[in-house]
Structure formats: C-alpha cells, structure tokens
Design a protein around this ligand. Structure first.
Ligand code: UN1
Length: 496
C-alpha cells in the first residue's frame, strides 16, 4: 500500500503546510476504509497569511485589463475540460455522487469559467445624460478587494467555481475555504488556476474547520466580501459576522423545493422528474425536490409509479456505472436522515418505501440509505417543512392549482419550484405566484444553468444571486463618473 498523499494549502502562489502542523483525513463515503488523502487542518494564522497574500496581489490584479484576466480563465477552462474525467472520478471518490453527476459538476465549473472569461470583454457599465451642458456621465464597475469564499461539499467543484470565476474577472482576489468533506475537488480547481498562469496570491486555498478557518475569514478587517453556500443556520452566523464591518455578503442557503403535479400533467414526465429531483445526488442538493404536491385525480396513479421506480433504484458506489444513487456524505448526515424518518412516522405520514439504512456486503463500508418516500403528508408536518438533505421525499395531496401554490409557498424557504401541467394558463399563473428564485415547467427543481441567476427568496438567500451577470453585480460595485468638459464653473441643479 502506498502511503496516503498529503495535500497542502495554497498561499501566495506556494503549496505550504499549515502553521498548526496538523492534518485531517478525507475518506470515501462509499468506502470509509479508502483514504482519499490528508489535508491541512489549518489555523487562524494560515488565514491571516492567505488574506495578506491576497491583499498584496490585489494591487496589480485589480488593474490587469479584464480581457487579460479572461485569457487566464479561458486557459483554466480548457485545462478543466482536459481533466474532466479525472476530476469527476476524484469527486465521486471523495463525495460519493455517481459519475454522471460528478461529470456534470465539473462541466458546470467549465461552463462558469468560460462564461466569466467572456465577461472580461463586457463588464458593462452605463453612459447616461447630465443635467448640465458639456458634461458627460457614466458608471464603471470597481472590484471590492479580498473576497472570502466558503463552499459546501455537495457541489465541490461547481460551487467554488461559481464564486471564484466572477470574483476574479471583476478584479478581486480570493481566499477559498472548502468543506472539510471535499477538499480534493477544490485543490484540483485551484491547481488548474495556478497552471493557467494566475499570478501569485490572486487565489489562495486554506483547508480546515469552520471555527479555525471560516470564522477568522469572515471576521477579518481586510476581507471586503464573503460568499457562502450552506445551511440557513450557518448563513445567519455569516451574516452576523459580516455586519460589524459592513462586509458585502452573498448567502445561498437551504431549500424545501416543491414539484407540483396537476391532473392534466404528463405523468411519465412527472414521475421521472420527481425521481431524479428527489433522489439525484442522494437528495443532497439545495435544489432537491423534497416535496411533491399531487392533485387528487392522479394522486394514486402517481404514487404507485413513483414508489415502484424508487424501489428499483440501484444504490451503491458511484464509480460503478450501473449505480444510480450514491451514499450520504457522512455518518452525521445519515443520522439526520434517520431522525427525520422517525419524525415522519411519528407525525403520521405513511412510509411507502425505504426508511432504513442499507446494510450487508459493501453497504457496510459506507453511509448508504434507501430512497425513502412518505405519502399522505400534511403540509405542516416537519418532514414537509424542514430541509433534510437526504433521499427522503414527502408527497402531499392537493385539490387544485391554487391549493398546490399555497402548499408550495407555505415553507420558510424559496429556492426552486416546479409545475407539471399541459395547460399554459396554469403554467403562467404558477410562474407568477411561486415565491422562489427559480421556477421550472415540466422539469424537476434541479438543473440550473450557469448563465441564469441562481438563488432564492425568503430564508434561502439575502437578495443576491450567483451565476450569470448577477454574480458580476455582487463582485463589483458601481463608481459614478462625471466629466465636465465645459471649461467653466457649472453647478448641478441641486446647488443653484
Ligand atoms: C446546490 O444544490 O447546492 O440546479 C446547487 C442544480 C445545480 C446546482 C445545485 N445546477 O441543481
């Protein structure tokens, strides 16, 4: 056996060990005996060093012409394409989701990298009129400075790229703190950026725990913005940590996304959508379709087909091409799922399939759990209200479209929602009424594309969006420019 590889932090263009002298293990959730590698268990000093490096690098990066920044991103996009298969395999091993999904994750990073590379030739401002003659007015975008990026384990390369690429193209420098469950995919991404020729200090990677790395990062005076994706509970803490210094903060938090199925829906499509929306990524997506609201006329038929399909899903190690659903990320997550299943049973929901750990053979090596469906759920049940982040779907009967919309909106979150119908009037009504940042017709609540804004309302977000030009809006701020070419003293209306 070869000894496990030790991965370093990336600070000021160098791969360095943590000041703590300590490391932590990254294991395969499908086979906990497989050690992916040892990663730096960083200390606050490492965060300080990374921020100082980012601060130094900012001075020249912010004045590098954006199309030149874009060229580096473009090279990074090509390198990501070349390593797509390797990165996907590494991601399946550290995170558990199946290869098709990890390929999709790397592809999102590629898409975002090319998209933002192109933004280097846009970064549009506005020109507008003046109240005075011979005066010119325009707006330009300025970068913010050092940005702290805190990312989750469920999209270990896509989400870091959603934050790094727009931050860089706008001229910011960054310190990335990836989730402790999935540091390898961030390592691979940062490595590609180094290879693409990013100047030293522009991107820094510091691995380790939230208390040791995340907290000092969000409290640091020299950090101008924090972008965080994770739970609503931690997001609230991030928001509080950012408040004293008025750091900009972008929060992408929980979801309790709904698929609504009307009597007039194409039921084959709806079953397929509920299956992949609910059990794709083992339900560990903030966009997961964890509630399905079904109109009474098709309820029985839908349930029968949905349960049959869920029972037939092949759960296992995601590197096996026949496997459709991987393990949960860790034992704590599996316990959370188990406790919610208990809650559901106590609340009187009807357990239709799953509801237990998978054991025996290779299942004993990892954190496997059977795809689980609860039927006859009432909208107020905790399993129909709270984000579980696992393979558990609550099905709720409803009377009509209005009822579906009311149930759909009746949660604290507002990320994504979907309606299955063949009636265009129903589709447009729901589009207007759903209080979510993303809405789908005849598709599940997952599958956002990188050139549309991504994010949600209510307890899901704080008003910002990721991806698309919305991300450029977050990572830059406006400067308004007035140029007076009249060669005489002129005063704006307000002063005269
Ligand atoms: C997330 O679940 O945290 O729309 C992000 C989707 C993916 C991104 C999900 N493109 O499901």
């Amino acid at each position: 056996m070869t000894p496990p590889r030790t991965y370093m932090n990336f600070i000021d263009g160098e791969w360095v060990a943590s000041a703590s002298g300590r490391t932590f293990e990254n294991v395969n959730p499908a086979d906990r005996h497989e050690l992916i590698g040892l990663f730096q268990k960083s200390a606050p000093e490492d965060v300080d060093a990374a921020i100082a490096a980012a601060q130094r690098a900012y001075k020249s990066w912010k004045n590098t012409p954006p199309p030149k920044r874009g060229e580096i991103l473009y090279r990074a996009g090509i390198l990501l394409q070349e390593s797509k298969e390797n990165f996907a395999e590494a991601m399946t091993r550290e995170m558990g989701k199946v290869l098709d999904e990890t390929r999709g994750d790397v592809q999102e990073a590629i898409d975002m990298t090319f998209y933002m590379a192109g933004e280097g030739r846009r970064l549009f401002g506005q020109t507008t009129t003046s109240e005075l003659p011979n005066k010119f007015c325009m707006t330009v975008r300025s970068p913010l400075g050092v940005c702290g990026l805190i990312t989750p384990w469920n999209f270990p390369m896509a989400i870091p790229s959603w934050k790094i690429m727009p931050a860089l193209i706008c001229g910011n420098t960054v310190v990335l703190k990836p989730a402790t469950d999935t540091p390898l995919s961030s390592y691979n991404l940062v490595h590609v950026l180094e290879e693409a020729g990013l100047p030293r200090g522009v991107v820094n990677l510091v691995t380790g725990a939230g208390g040791d790395v995340g907290s000092p990062l969000m409290q640091h005076q020299d950090v101008r913005a924090i972008s965080f994706t994770g739970s609503t509970e931690i997001g609230r803490k991030v928001s509080q940590a950012c408040a004293p210094n008025f750091k900009h903060c972008c929060l992408e938090m929980g979801g309790k996304n709904v698929i609504m199925v009307l009597d007039d829906a194409n039921l084959d499509l709806a079953v397929e959508g509920a299956l992949w929306g609910g059990f794709g990524t083992t339900g560990q997506r903030c966009t997961a379709s964890s509630r399905v609201v079904v109109q009474k006329g098709v309820y029985k038929d839908f349930i029968g087909r949905f349960v049959e399909r869920a029972r037939a899903l092949k759960v296992g190690n995601g590197v096996d091409p026949a496997v459709q659903v991987g393990p949960l990320i860790n034992e704590a997550q599996r316990q959370t799922v188990e406790s919610y299943v208990e809650v559901g049973e106590n609340e009187g929901a009807k357990l239709l399939c799953g509801g237990q750990r998978l054991t025996g053979g290779h299942y004993d090596q990892g954190w496997f759990y059977a795809p689980t469906i609860f039927g006859e759920c009432a909208p107020q049940m905790r399993i129909a209200q709270e984000e579980i982040f696992g393979p558990v779907v609550s099905v709720i009967p409803c009377d009509n479209l209005d009822d579906a919309i009311e149930i759909g909106n009746g949660v604290a979150y507002g990320l994504s929602s979907s309606l299955y119908t063949r009636n265009v009037n129903h589709a447009f009504t729901a589009m207007r009424e759903m209080e979510t940042g993303i809405f789908y017709v005849n598709a599940p609540t997952i599958g956002a594309e990188t050139h549309l804004p991504f994010g949600g309302t209510k307890q899901t977000g704080n008003g910002h969006r990721e991806a698309a030009t919305a991300a450029v809006d977050f990572y830059s701020e406006w400067k308004s420019i007035y140029v007076d070419y009249s060669d005489k003293l002129q005063r704006a209306q307000i002063d005269t």
